[in-house]
Design a binder for this molecule. Structure first.
Ligand code: GLU
Length: 461
């Protein structure tokens, strides 16, 4: 057994003994769920799938559909119009509360019923049937397999769904819903009765974690920006009235539903799902919350944990950098006695704000007071964020203004992205290897070239 499955199995065993909670009964068919059913599943960013317990039994998705339908409507409308129609504030009230923004009738957020019904209505389609079809296609793409409905649960919910209809009628009278309330709630009931397994939900959650690309099928289901906004709403509003405490204790974007499903997302890491029908007082799966609390703590998944920098950014800083060029005895002697004039600083890995700030600090510490040549070796850098490239360019421009000649060794894409200056002139020369970069500096030094020289009067700060 692989180590991830082993850990899941152990977690499953530990949590299965947990009793307490009530199976939802306001939809008669849901009350028939077996309170002992308990499955847990994880999908990694590499598309690998792990599970323990009953992760393959089907149940209706219920409110766990809400973030995915929100992502679909957000794709159709764009962020501004979406926010104008449905808010993004935790409601602080029960999932089926009749709470709309005074004045506009705008529902508080898309994770509770009023906002979810309004969101369903915002999915572009010619009629209700086409809208249901688009929603099912979307949920299926997130899951990576063709999903179907539980018609009995759908009928059971429709037969007892007057409160949801009341919400829809109220929104229509307030001007925040333009479609026929009866038809929209029918579509919403259909969306809630889509059948999934915990294993499916883990893939769906992993697709959000993976910037909208399903890591199992490779399909880009929604754009990265849509996935980010969806996760943000899940983080603040996804766990009914327990959303604040959940963020405090578990610290992951999540969504739960009345049938006992729960998804949580480790952005860039994995999607996890639990199925266990007994719910706590605010409507979240008791075992789901317990399992995710343990998992988050053990694996340090809480979003507010500062990222751990496992590798040092700066690999070396040194005076007297030398190339492999063969030099005459005279040249070698000259280079030896000018060893402080060519310095090299090497970096590795991804350059985000923290790493770039570290690198610039190291460069500052290494450049001598009198002008010389700085070789910045970025050959082992694997990525530079746009904001970091600008920061690096500004830092190097400052050093160039103080009279140093800057020579960068980097891989082609970074040279293309980073070589330049906001004013349009380049502050450094670029080479494809550290050796070539150092050799060029040596040639300059041996030819008696000054480094860039002191700044022109009035130039630089
Ligand atoms: N079908 C359910 C309802 O609207 C979904 C509720 C939920 O899972 O929170 O009543």
């Amino acid at each position: 057994m692989d180590p991830v499955t082993k850990a899941l199995d152990e977690l499953h065993r530990r949590i299965s003994g947990l009793k307490g909670g009530e199976v939802a009964s306001y939809i008669p068919k849901l009350a028939q769920a077996d309170p002992e059913d308990f499955g847990i599943a994880i999908t990694s960013m590499g598309g690998r799938r792990y599970q323990a317990g009953k992760a393959d039994i089907e149940f209706t998705i219920q409110s766990v559909s809400k973030p995915f339908v929100y992502a679909l409507a957000l794709t159709d409308l764009g962020p501004d119009e979406m926010l104008r129609r449905v808010g993004a504030e935790p409601s602080g009230e029960a999932f089926n509360a009749i709470s709309l923004e005074p004045g506009t009738g705008r529902p508080a957020n898309p994770m509770v019923n009023a906002g979810a019904i309004a969101t369903t209505a915002l999915v572009s389609a010619a009629d209700s049937e086409a809208r249901s079809a688009r929603i099912l296609d979307c949920l299926s793409a997130f899951a990576g397999r063709r999903l179907g409905y539980d018609e009995e649960v759908c009928a059971s919910e429709a037969a007892t769904g007057d409160r949801n209809r009341a919400l829809a009628y109220l929104m229509r009278s307030a001007g925040s819903l333009s479609d026929d309330p009866y038809a929209v709630t029918a579509t919403y009931f259909r969306q809630c009765s889509v059948l999934v397994t915990a294993a499916d939900l883990a893939v769906m959650a992993a697709t959000l974690a993976n910037g909208g690309r399903n890591p199992v099928t490779g399909e880009q289901v929604v754009e990265r920006g849509v996935a980010v906004r969806t996760l943000a709403v899940m983080a603040t509003c996804g766990m009914y009235d327990g959303a604040g405490e959940w963020l405090l204790n578990v610290g992951l974007p999540a969504k739960s539903g009345v049938s006992g499903g729960l998804i949580a997302v480790g952005p860039g890491r994995f999607g996890v799902a639990v199925y266990s029908p007994p719910l706590d007082l605010v409507g979240n799966s008791v075992r789901g919350v317990a399992a995710l609390t343990v998992m988050s703590e053990r694996l340090s998944l809480h979003l507010m944990h500062a990222p751990v920098h496992l590798t040092a950014t700066v690999t070396d800083t040194g005076h007297g950098a030398r190339s492999s060029c063969v030099r005459s005895a005279e040249q070698t002697a000259l280079l030896n006695c000018s060893s402080g004039r060519i310095i090299a600083v090497g970096a590795q890995g991804e350059l985000e704000f923290t790493e770039t700030e570290q690198l610039l600090g190291a460069v500052e510490g290494a450049v001598p007071a009198s002008p010389g040549w700085l070789v910045l070796d970025l050959m082992a850098v694997t990525g530079i964020r746009p904001g970091s490239a600008a920061m690096l360019a500004a830092g190097l421009a400052d050093i160039a203004r103080r009279g140093h000649r800057i020579v960068v060794a980097a891989q082609e894409p970074f040279l293309a992205a980073g070589d330049g200056h906001p004013d349009g002139h380049s502050d450094w020369r670029a080479f494809g290897s550290r050796d070539d970069a150092v050799a060029w500096c040596e040639d300059q030094l041996l030819a008696g070239e000054p480094s860039a020289g002191p700044p022109a009067a009035g130039g630089g700060s």
